[in-house]
Design a protein around this ligand. Sequence first.
Ligand code: UDX
Length: 439
Amino acid sequence: MGTDMKITMIALGYVGLANAIVLAERGFQVVAYDKDAEKVDKLAKGEPSFEEKGLSEALKRNRKRITFTTDEKEAYEASPVVFVAVDTPSGADGAADLSHVEEAVACIKKYAKGDTFVVIRSTVPIGTNQALNEAASGTEQRIHFISNPEFMAEGRALMDERTPSRIVVGTNDREARDLLRKIYAKPIFAGAPYYEMDGASAELTKYASNLFLSLKISYINEVARLAEPLGADINAVALAMGADPRIGHSMLHAGVGFGGACLPKDGSAFVKTAHDQGLRLSLVEDTLTINQTQPFFFYQKIIKKMGPLSDKRIAVLGLAFKAGTSDVRHSAAEFFVKSLLADGATVSSFDPSSSASESFSKQISPSDKYLPSKTLQEALTGADALLILTEAPEFSSFDEAALCSLMKGRVIFDGRNLYPMRSFRFFDYISIGRPERKH
Ligand code: UDX
């Protein structure tokens, strides 16, 4: 099969849409399905339903090779190669909720004609692909499930998919292996590391990778807790630690913890998988506990510094879970805004992404003490203190004179350690794992 091959993509969230676009860039014809009609309408007009670097332009460039549809039959019958990128959110017991995967599998069984190759890009519990293959074997339809986990981070999803750090393919089926080598021929030719293994190993690679990234963050945050009473500077420590290539600089930035749609949920699901096997992953459990408690540590500093909050106005900056995305799932801001409001503060809030601000406001009960702001200036005006929660460039280059003219108070809480310690002359500067810097 050449690049005239058609591929069906099921679900158009961050993973599915970025993946559909990159497959189109590689020359495939993609039939892209989502059941959300509003989303599909927008995509067909070239408008993504979320913010992601380069997505709009890439979508426009590749529109001719992607057909967007809400028609289940059209999508599943379009090709014997079906990529599945549905979400697998956390269920009540912490395990991944597989209902969307099950829906997709039911459709595949309903429409499959001959040999059908199902490439599972969603993060699914270890053993899922094997179980799906076992359930499909012995039936007349020849359906092959292949694990092909994605390793995209939001904000650079297209880049991660175009030039992947590695491609992992989990299947014991020779035909499926051959097919995936053809689909990934271009990145393989360009030198992307390509690993073939069984389904369970591929699924485990995904969880083990995400948890290792989480572990690095929780480790530096735990060291930051110790740095504070010792009067050390965690930024200086992390910089010097990361210079050892065996440690590396990435995911070693202390802050208010990790959020987002992946790391927290994958952690809970991994712990649950181990419990089901009668095992305890103590490192992973501690990683999650450190992350859950990290915001409290920082919040205590706010309370200690500001005293009673009922007559205070705090400007909370950064509502998405990280800079460069409109995604507010598991964002630190939810905890801080809710806690500040519960303690009687007036809270103004701002995010450089207007859709992040919009989605975030839906999580907060309306109150005359909650003031979502359209501009940074508006959020800062009259504030007694400002609280930085993401690494957005807008928050890392403040002009102190402008801050002085807008704000009432002179306190900066920096939950992402964006500034060198001596950056402010007129403000008390409180960050994480570093001593307070008084003006
Ligand atoms: C993550 C993984 O990076 C990606 O490989 C996987 O496929 C999906 O999950 P993502 O959730 O988009 O990607 O965000 P990431 O950039 O990893 O950041 C996660 C969280 O950790 C953010 O809240 C971020 O602010 C925080 N973080 C990140 C830190 O606190 N310190 C760091 O050093 C890095």
